[in-house]
Ligand binder design. Structure first.
Ligand SMILES: *[C@@H]1O[C@H](CO)[C@@H](O)[C@H](O)[C@H]1NC(C)=O
Ligand SMILES: *[C@@H]1O[C@H](CO)[C@@H](O)[C@H](O)[C@H]1NC(C)=O
Ligand SMILES: *[C@@H]1O[C@H](CO)[C@@H](O)[C@H](O)[C@H]1NC(C)=O
Ligand SMILES: *[C@@H]1O[C@H](CO)[C@@H](O)[C@H](O)[C@H]1NC(C)=O
Length: 625
């Protein structure tokens, strides 16, 4: 039977569902010049979807082979009911929840309201479209298929698959349209549960479970091998923990049922050793998953942390704070040139709001970054030093009470080291703990062991100490994506601040001066300083000491997808340090003006927890043991 493609003209692509994925699919069509009509029953979802298209259509054109469409972007509207959304459509993409009865009824409705020549695609990942067509006409069955997106624009694969009746010519036609939208289409040549890629991925997961069941290896080692073999930061065991082991088991059940596999050593083992014991991965941080709890706890997810401690949230308790006084006095004009800085720097401990802080260490040369490890009874900090040309910056550690001070790195190895963090990385090839820090006038990013050994330069920018655009200041590590992020604040008040990232592991043959994996994540920022990421949600937080109104602020943004910068609070006086305390819904911010604030994440309300004549840089909370 012959088929001719629908005449597109100004007819829209209708997308059912304006959620996270639906709005991305819509944007890809608009960016390629196709008109779009979104249907979503929820008014807020419709508003958000249209706003997302407004803000992102331009960036999506960078994926289109012919760039920005010569005839302009497609138009886009949203409506509540299916009938008006699809009445003139040439293509409908259904992305309603994954319940087969709902899909069957939706297909019946679409068959009724969509034009006769309209192609109907399902975004389902778990159901073949052949299961959804029992209530559609014979004619329409030839126009239905699976059109499975993943997460554009980050992952742009789209897998197409027949429902058993689909006109063969539809696949090259849709593939051509998808390529115009910057997607990467692939067509399964016949019906297949899991299409192409999910089958591949299912096989990897299945074999990993067998390796674990037999006790041949463990999750961290498997991920380490995988990461090195394929030079990737996508780690299969970590990903299973992220998706949830219950979901992993549920997906594998489909294959077991369809193929009559023996699941006793795969999902059977997973159910009796993990799922039945409440070990589901990141959503059960206290029990852990394939990784033990300690490693999933590193960055507790925002939502679970907030709900787990919702009663604490009312009281807004303050954990003990360790605070660095750089030793300048609040009104020194010399910062950040460092001229004349002596050794007035201190480490202070603040146990409750607005109580007198206790000095743990004094006589430090311009301390800037601090982190603590209660389990080892140690704290670690950087000193910028007194003289840039002498390269007298240093890295030190001491017990939490300030005794047993040790110098880890000094004497010409560092110029002006800045923010420092301690990272417990279960995948680190040599021991699990590393100190990461930036060296501002050293134009570099570093990492070493907690005893100062194994010192590596992760990034070395070219230039001299006067090259302000190449100064590196703030740092954070994102274990979920296996990246570290750092700030290059740029010249004072110049709106040239940038946040970069690169992989935790070097690509072979590269070093800090020639690594090829550096990405700019944000640019044009007023003057970003210190960083901290909530790895689980991919939300990055930073202080900015640039000019009002955007600067002198606390900010956050997603590092992937919609990267719109959200300003959480303003009007600090040269803010430097920050420490997330999202379990209590707050973030601590310290500034050179002598204040420490608790900022409410939801409302942005600032509460002063300490204020005096000091000038504060690094800040960290002492987690409950
Ligand atoms: C479409 O498929 C993707 C991948 O399976 C899934 O994440 C997403 O939720 C689906 N979209 C909708 C709105 O059903
Ligand atoms: C740095 O050099 C000075 C003088 O040479 C020396 O006294 C000090 O012990 C050195 N510090 C370290 C940590 O090596
Ligand atoms: C590995 O760890 C040991 C013990 O901390 C240390 O002596 C050695 O220098 C480290 N090597 C590297 C490359 O980090
Ligand atoms: C990077 O630099 C190192 C030494 O500085 C050198 O051995 C290596 O070959 C360089 N790699 C590339 C890819 O240029």
């Amino acid at each position: 039977m012959t088929w001719s493609p629908p005449i597109i003209g100004s007819r829209p692509v209708a997308i059912l569902g304006g959620g996270v994925l639906g709005r991305r699919i819509a944007t890809s069509y608009v960016a390629a010049g196709f008109n779009v009509h979104i249907r979503d029953p929820f008014p807020q979802a419709r508003i958000d979807a249209l706003k997302y298209i407004d803000e992102n259509k331009e960036s999506y054109t960078s994926f289109c082979p012919s760039g920005r469409p010569s005839s302009g972007y497609g138009t886009y509207t949203a409506s509540e009911d299916i009938e008006s959304a699809v009445k003139d459509a040439w293509l409908v993409i259904e992305a309603v929840p994954e319940k087969i009865e709902l899909k069957i009824d939706t297909f019946a409705e679409l068959d009724k309201y969509a034009p006769k020549d309209c192609i109907i695609g399902s975004n389902s990942s778990s159901f073949k479209s052949s299961l959804m067509i029992e209530k559609v006409s014979e004619e329409r069955k030839r126009l239905c298929c699976n059109v499975h997106y993943t997460m554009p624009p980050t992952i742009r694969t789209v897998e197409l698959m027949t429902d058993g009746f689909t006109h063969e010519e539809i696949f090259p036609f849709l593939s051509e349209v998808l390529r115009k939208c910057g997607m990467l289409p692939a067509t399964a040549r016949k019906e297949s549960t899991g299409f192409i890629f999910n089958r591949l991925w299912a096989a990897v997961k299945r074999e990993i479970l067998l390796i674990l069941t037999e006790g041949v290896s463990d999750a961290a080692e498997i991920d380490r091998l995988w990461s090195h073999m394929f030079q990737t930061s996508v780690l299969p065991c970590q990903l299973m923990d992220r998706v949830g082991l219950d979901t992993v088991a549920f997906i594998e059940d489909n294959y077991i049922n369809e193929r009559g596999l023996d699941g006793s050593s795969t999902v059977g083992w997973l159910r009796s050793n993990y799922i039945s014991q409440g070990k589901l991965g990141l959503k059960t941080p206290e029990q852990g998953g394939l990784y033990p709890p300690a490693s999933v706890e590193v960055n507790p997810p925002l939502n679970s942390a907030v709900s787990a401690s919702s009663e604490k949230q009312e009281k807004k308790e303050m954990p003990p704070l360790f605070l660095l006084d750089v030793g300048l006095g609040s009104n020194s004009p010399s910062y950040p040139s460092l001229a004349g800085i002596s050794t007035n720097g201190k480490i202070l401990r603040l146990d409750s709001p607005n109580s007198p802080p206790k000095a743990l260490v004094t006589g430090l040369p311009a301390p800037d970054g601090i982190d603590v490890d209660p389990s080892a009874d140690r704290m670690y900090w950087t000193n910028m030093g007194a003289d840039v040309s002498a390269r007298d910056g240093s890295l030190m550690s001491a017990r939490l009470d300030g005794t047993d001070r040790k110098t880890l790195l000094s004497n010409g190895t560092l110029t002006t080291p800045k923010q420092l963090i301690l990272v417990k990385d279960p995948l680190s090839p040599n021991g699990s703990e590393k100190l990461y820090f930036c060296d501002r006038e050293g134009l570099s990013v570093h990492r070493c062991n907690v005893d100062g050994s194994g010192h590596e330069v992760l990034v070395q920018n070219p230039g001299t100490a006067k090259d302000i655009k190449h100064w590196c200041v703030g740092i954070t590590v994102d274990l979920a994506r296996r990246k570290f992020y750092w700030t290059q604040k740029g010249p004072s008040k110049s709106n040239q601040g940038r946040i970069y990232r690169a992989n935790l592991d070097f690509l072979p043959g590269e070093d800090g001066s020639n690594r090829s994996d550096i990405e700019v994540v944000f640019e044009g920022l007023p003057e970003p300083i210190d960083l901290e990421i909530e790895s689980e949600t991919g939300v990055l937080y930073w202080t900015d000491r640039g000019e009002h109104p955007r600067g002198s602020s606390l900010n956050c943004a997603q590092v992937e997808g919609d990267k719109t910068v959200k300003l959480l609070a303003r009007h600090f006086h040269e803010p430097i340090g920050l420490k997330l305390d999202l379990g209590r819904g707050q973030i601590f911010v310290s500034d050179l003006g002598g204040s420490v604030y608790a900022v409410d994440v939801k409302t942005g309300k600032k509460t002063v927890v300490h204020r005096d004549e000091g000038s504060y840089t690094g800040i960290v909370t002492l987690p409950e043991a």
